[in-house]
Design a protein around this ligand. Structure first.
Ligand code: ATP
Length: 234
């Protein structure tokens, strides 16, 4: 569905990610791991079209989208729940969902809103609250819900569990399982490495913008280097 070939991107002359090649299939979760500053968020922002590609290519469903503006990528089915969530904090939950759904025909709104609320019933209880007044967990659900309102085929989620209570993290991961069952491709950036490894079908580890490990979840479970050398576990 999504194919990155030698993706290189950054800021001005600084390259945050070098030569990343990765393929994502529908109905799978790919975990993008690595320390702070490794280039994970930059990778997501580049795929979404928010930062410039310096080299390589991004193919989505067989089409080269490397130079396509961000809003056109959303229309093709590529959504992001970005680092920091970037909600419209002075707008209500309902209006944040509405903004997410703006690229869809108006007649889709009620259905898509129902889908999001069935995935995150808590949002249904807070529809009139300002996004800025929500708890961290509710904000995370709203950020994901807003992205889902675009009816994506691929969703990219940055720092899913950062700062959230274990119970809320469980809820978010349950939602990921459901989305995967529905055939969505998911690209997940996580600090919570153990948790990410427990759900991922595929794993990619970045270090200073370079890919230092890549493989299936089964290979990840068998490889002692992954945990000790690259992820600082054990
Ligand atoms: P974190 O978990 O800390 O967000 P990350 O793996 O997502 O880490 P990035 O945020 O992609 O890493 O950062 C990769 C590199 O790009 C870092 O060296 C960072 O300082 C740099 N960088 C990130 N955003 C910008 C920016 N807007 N302008 C310049 N450099 C940036």
């Amino acid at each position: 569905m999504l194919e990155l070939k030698n993706l290189t991107c950054g800021y001005g002359t600084f390259e945050a990610v070098h030569d990343l090649s990765l393929a994502l299939q529908p109905g799978t979760i790919t975990a993008l791991l690595g320390a702070n500053g490794a280039g994970k968020s930059s990778t997501l922002m580049c795929i979404a079209g928010h930062i410039q590609l310096h080299g390589g290519s991004i193919m989505f469903e067989g089409r080269d989208i490397s130079t396509l503006p961000a809003h056109d990528r959303v229309r093709l089915g590529l959504a992001i729940s970005p680092e920091g969530r970037r909600l419209f904090k002075d707008l209500s939950v309902e209006d944040n969902l509405r903004v997410g759904g703006l690229i869809r025909p108006r007649s889709d709104y009620a259905h898509d809103r129902e889908q999001v609320l069935s995935l995150f019933p808590r949002l249904g209880e807070r529809l009139d609250s300002l996004a800025g007044n929500l708890s961290g967990g509710e904000q995370q659900m709203l950020a994901i819900g807003r992205a889902l309102m675009t009816r994506p085929k691929l969703i990219m989620i940055d720092e899913l569990s950062l700062g959230l209570m274990p119970k809320v993290i469980d809820l978010c991961y349950q939602a990921l399982h459901k989305l995967r069952e529905d055939g969505m491709a998911i690209l997940l950036v996580e600090q919570n490495t153990d948790r990410a490894l427990s759900v991922a079908d595929q794993v990619c580890v970045l270090e200073s913008g370079r890919t230092v490990w890549q493989g299936s979840a089964q290979e990840a479970a068998r490889d002692p280097d992954l945990a000790s050398a690259y992820l600082g576990l054990h």
